[in-house]
Design a protein around this ligand. Structure first.
Ligand code: SF4
Length: 389
């Protein structure tokens, strides 16, 4: 008889408002307006009522957009709505804020509402690169915002950094890392600038004004991998570093291919073998909710256990702890033939010098982590029909 393992459940809320659009951003966002806020909150309440689960949520993440752009009263309303769902005691509750959108009133509203982890979107401490990325804040506002949130008493503070801006050198990147470390956060996320279609940066790429340089990107990754651990920030995923015990539980839940429910326009969910995405438009997302009709989604994919397990391997390999194949096969009820197929693939990575087996877990080494996107593409599709039910 199959053992049913209850998966952790995360809650994500998308707050889709931004006062300006950063040059690299492909996220769904809208300019703030009274009408937009009203429509958003009206539909969000219904979204919460319509999508529930028998399990308690173990993590909450409020992302965007710019959640810090909400007023203190709106933050209170949002937090009340989230607390109307069943949350685990000591639930990790994160929010992303932009440095120029936060003040003490809003910080208090987040803290009193239940938020215990705050992520500050610094991106860079270099004024010139900030301008080139189309960021709407300056270095002084980063320092002021950090001091405010650090002293407010959040259990954990994260800094988001972006590297690979046009013209940025390795020295510039080390300078950003050093300034981040000096602030003594609990967690640092580092993201490589990507050129997404329909962004201002992509237009520059198309015109030949900027170019992609994979070798330069690799050297930026390597610098962070070597530099941050010397200051006590352990790397636990390709782009994420934490002081001991301060890893983001919400992200770990997602990368382990557990389950989550996303609320708000453009939010994605993974639940009961379905991956779905809400419409990336307040009106379209809200329409069916307001009419109390069955909800429609922008994307809907039925996934078998083997498909989700494949993603658990791909995302698991991005984590330094790697994956325990026996655990994954048990969790997703995979047949011995699928186990053998994945095992063969992982053994091949070791033979190619890209990984190793540590305490029963398959892990990538530095060379493997550098090539994790290519490894993901090489991972064989798993035949769902041979998965045990
Ligand atoms: S603040 Fe965030 S969501 Fe808004 S435009 Fe900039 S990167 Fe995109």
């Amino acid at each position: 008889m199959d053992v049913i393992i209850e998966r952790e459940l995360g809650l994500y809320v998308h707050v889709p408002f931004c006062s300006t659009t950063c040059d690299f951003c492909a996220f769904y966002q809208e300019r703030p307006s009274k009408k937009g806020f009203e429509a958003y909150f009206f539909a969000l309440e219904r979204d919460f009522n319509a999508h529930r689960d028998s399990r308690n949520f173990s993590t909450v993440f409020i992302g965007g957009g710019t959640p810090g752009l909400l007023s203190a009263q709106q933050i209170e309303k949002l937090c009340n709505l989230i607390r109307s769902a069943e949350l685990e005691t000591n639930c990790e509750w994160s929010v992303e804020v932009a440095p120029n959108e936060i003040n003490s009133e809003k910080v208090d509203a987040f803290l009193n509402g239940g938020v215990n982890r705050l992520s500050l979107g610094v991106q860079t401490f270099n004024q010139q690169f900030m301008k080139e990325l189309g960021r709407n804040h300056d270095v002084d506002s980063v320092m002021t915002a950090y001091e405010l949130v650090r002293n407010a008493g959040f259990a954990s503070v994260n800094l988001d950094l972006l590297f690979g801006a046009p013209g940025q050198t390795l020295d510039d990147w080390q300078d950003d890392l050093r300034k981040a470390v000096d602030l003594k956060p609990d967690h640092i996320s580092t993201y490589c600038l990507t050129f997404e279609e329909d962004t201002a940066l992509y237009a520059k790429l198309s015109k030949g004004e900027v170019r992609i340089d994979p070798e330069r990107e690799a050297s930026f990754y390597e610098l962070a991998w070597e530099y941050l651990p010397t200051f006590g920030f352990s790397q636990y995923e390709v782009s994420n570093y934490a002081k001991p015990g301060m890893e983001s539980l919400h992200n770990l839940n997602t990368w382990s291919m557990n389950e989550w429910i996303g609320y708000g326009p453009s939010a994605s969910s993974q639940l009961n073998g379905v991956r779905r995405k809400n419409f990336a438009n307040i009106e379209q997302w809200g329409r069916h909710l307001l009419l109390d009709k069955p909800q429609k989604y922008e994307e809907w994919t039925n996934l078998g256990d083997a498909e989700i397990a494949r993603d658990a391997v791909i995302f698991g390999l991005r984590m330094n702890r790697g994956i325990n194949l026996k655990e994954i096969c048990g969790k997703f009820h995979l047949s011995p033939s699928i186990f053998a197929e994945i095992n063969l693939f992982l053994d091949l990575l070791i033979t190619e010098g890209l990984g190793e087996k540590v305490d029963g877990n398959y892990c990538l080494n530095q060379e493997g982590r550098m090539r994790c996107d290519a490894i993901a593409k090489e991972m064989p599709e798993l035949n769902q029909e041979v998965a045990a039910v």
